[in-house]
Design a protein around this ligand. Structure first.
Ligand code: MIC
Ligand code: SF4
Length: 642
């Protein structure tokens, strides 16, 4: 049977299940990655599972998010991760070595393999032909322990890229075009598989820009074939032995297809406050800008930085613009330094940050009040920059650099001939900041800072579940709403009791207090509840507050899994119209909750305040059913192990 390349990799890693869209499958995981803001929790959970050494081919722990050390908390967590990694056979990438996705692409990602990462942008490695999926920390811990990863067999959408991009238009504009067409909920349950004659002109880092931001579609992942371009990249990294050719079989059937004529795409921007609010730069016009930042796992490769340097060479950034760069990895930074590109950027007036997530997750560089900030990043959710009133636009490096020079949103096509940037035949490889685990770990002591607090564990589902609706929210609520993350809060990712005080703060500053006073309750949401980050904290923090269920029109994939893993019922309304039949303050009751969960997907919720019955669905696999009954995945694992 002719197979898509997604199906080929899945078939080669299938432990259980059938390749039928929607059916539960379990996959053998070759590699895992964690970063520090989700990593502490993932490793605490790995320790709770109780294995000695990871069972994967390669597991890497990166430090890239919590690098602003304005107190001991982050540094303590880094040391915990370093020591726990050494103890369990995990490679450790030191702070300063780069953003997990960029470094993983450079040094570890391999075509045809599977990667599970505790970060929603793990699909970046799809640019090299890896089936790379983002998940909650607990799922990644379980994969490190050698268990297969379970997910619903995705539908596969073919994205045919035909023709050639015009000068000044780049990979970022392609993914913004996909987002414009498909929206932030258009990818739930879908893998986007790229093909077509337009591929040949896209280097691996450009492909990775596209697969990276595929996360914003809500997709399971995105993937490119592994071809000559992939081989050239791996060879230049000194890793040609990791190459394996990979392409879809001729005649493979896809569930959906979109075609993009690359010649028709122009420079784009995702306008505030959603990555799918895409318009052309030309249509938006010359909006004055206060800040421009080049960086993040979407656009911080050597290609991007050399291009920006070429645009800025010999020029000066506009006096009213704060211009910032954060190269994606130490490899990128050192090569920029060696070839003079860094000097050109500095001479133009850039502020240079370390190789880390930095401003993308609000770790510094929050812009001024009411600022317009142009960023080459992937998310522009309200408040994520650390400045609630900021207007963040997501753009390509070309648009960012042209705008930095002109002080306003600027169509780079007006700059004349586009600079040509070529990739090196050999990248400079220096893995000295990647620490291999010792063969003999007897002298390794796992060091836990005082900020590490026990994480909450749910109890078995009660026979009758009752709670009042503590808040009613609209569509597309992000995990940044549920568990806000910026410089002030990120140091507390290993302290759930403290973090819980900020649950849903951007929606209602009194939410946490109310939840605590009432001893918990139920959250009501609209469509695509929980989009964005993979942070399990968006389930742990509500759990800490006693949230028993979330009732919503629909859920984002990773967040729904995180709720289930923590024993919180994700109730999807059978009819979206029923959303109107729930109000804040209503008392909801599920009679025979255990029997209902055990016996099927339909669950009747009684609205005791209005006297109506509301039909909901929980689309659970048999295993997830057992998990909910047990009160979450850890309880379930312990029960199964007797
Ligand atoms: C993000 O981009 O939102 C993050 C920060 O990288 C998150 C992970 C986290 O919340 O720690 C993600 O994308 O999963
Ligand atoms: Fe880091 Fe931003 Fe990428 Fe998340 S999206 S991994 S915060 S650079």
């Amino acid at each position: 049977m002719a197979r898509t390349l997604t199906e080929q990799i899945i078939a080669a890693h299938l432990v259980e299940g059938r390749l039928e869209a929607g059916a539960e499958i379990s996959l053998r995981i070759d590699q895992t990655l964690t970063q520090d803001s989700t990593g502490t929790m993932a490793y605490l959970q790995l320790e709770a599972i109780g294995i000695e050494k990871v069972k994967t081919k390669r597991s890497v722990a990166y430090i890239d998010h919590n690098t602003l050390q304005s107190g001991p908390e982050n540094a303590d967590d880094h040391r915990y991760i370093q020591t726990v990694a050494a103890k369990h056979g995990i490679y450790f990438s030191k702070p300063g070595n780069g953003i997990c996705h960029q470094v993983h692409l450079e040094r570890f990602a391999a075509p045809g393999q599977t990667l599970l990462g505790s970060d929603s942008h793990t699909p970046t490695a799809g640019g090299i032909g890896m089936l790379a999926i983002g998940a909650g920390g607990l799922d990644v811990a379980v994969a490190m322990a050698g268990q297969p990863y379970r997910l619903k067999m995705p539908r596969v959408c073919r994205v045919v890229l035909s023709g050639k991009l015009s000068p000044w238009v780049s990979a970022k504009d392609i993914i913004l075009e996909v987002l414009r067409r498909k929206t932030v909920k258009g990818g739930v349950g879908v893998v986007f598989e790229y093909g077509g004659d337009g591929l040949a002109a896209l280097s691996v880092p450009e492909r990775a820009t596209i697969t990276n931001m595929g996360a914003e579609l809500g997709a399971t992942t995105s993937i490119f074939p592994a071809d000559e371009v992939t081989y050239a990249f791996l060879k230049a990294q000194g890793r040609e032995s990791d190459f394996a050719p990979l392409k879809a079989d001729p005649g493979a059937r896809y569930d959906d297809e979109i075609e993009i004529d690359l010649a028709t795409i122009e420079p784009m921007a995702a306008c505030p406050h959603s990555p799918d609010n895409v318009r052309s730069v030309r249509a938006i016009g010359r909006l004055p800008v206060n800040q421009v930042i080049i960086g993040s796992c979407t656009n911080s490769s050597l290609r991007d930085m050399l291009l920006v340097a070429a645009i800025l060479k010999g020029k000066t950034v506009h006096p009213d613009v704060s211009f910032v760069i954060a190269p994606g990895s130490r490899q990128v930074l050192s090569m920029m330094a060696a070839c003079g590109a860094l000097g050109d950027i500095v001479a133009a007036g850039a502020r240079v940050l370390e190789c880390a997530c930095g401003p993308c997750i609000g770790m510094g560089q929050s812009p001024e009040t009411n600022a317009v900030s142009l960023r080459t990043f992937n998310r522009n959710f309200e408040g994520r920059s650390g400045t609630p009133s900021a207007q963040v636009y997501l753009v390509s490096p070309e648009v960012a650099a042209a705008s930095a020079l002109n002080g306003c949103l600027y169509d780079p096509r007006e700059l004349g001939t586009a600079p040509a940037v070529s990739m090196p035949d050999a990248f400079s490889v220096n893995d000295s900041m990647i620490i291999a685990p010792p063969k003999d770990d007897r002298s390794v002591e796992v060091i836990r800072g005082p900020n590490i607090k026990p994480f909450p564990l749910n109890a078995a589902l009660p026979g009758r579940l009752q709670g009042s609706v503590l808040i009613k929210l609209g569509d597309n609520i992000t995990t940044d709403h549920i568990c806000p993350s910026y410089a002030r809060l990120l140091p507390y990712r290993s302290n759930v009791p403290y973090l819980a005080n900020f649950c849903l703060e951007p929606c209602d500053p009194e939410f946490a207090q109310r939840a605590r006073q009432q001893g918990g309750g139920i959250i009501a949401g609209g469509a695509n509840y929980g989009q964005g980050s993979s942070r399990e904290h968006a389930a742990l923090v509500p759990l800490e507050l006693g949230i028993k269920a979330v009732i919503a029109i629909s859920f984002a994939r990773i967040h729904m899994d995180n709720l289930i893993n923590n024993g919180i019922l994700p109730l999807a309304l059978a009819s979206p119209d029923d959303y109107e039949r729930i109000s804040a303050g209503d008392e909801l009751v599920i009679e025979q909750a255990r029997d209902q969960v055990a016996s099927g997907s339909d669950i009747t919720v009684h609205n005791a305040t209005t006297g109506t019955a509301i039909l909901t669905r929980v689309q659970l696999s048999e295993r997830q059913r057992q998990m909910i009954l047990a009160g979450g995945l850890l309880n379930y694992i312990r029960q199964s192990a007797g």
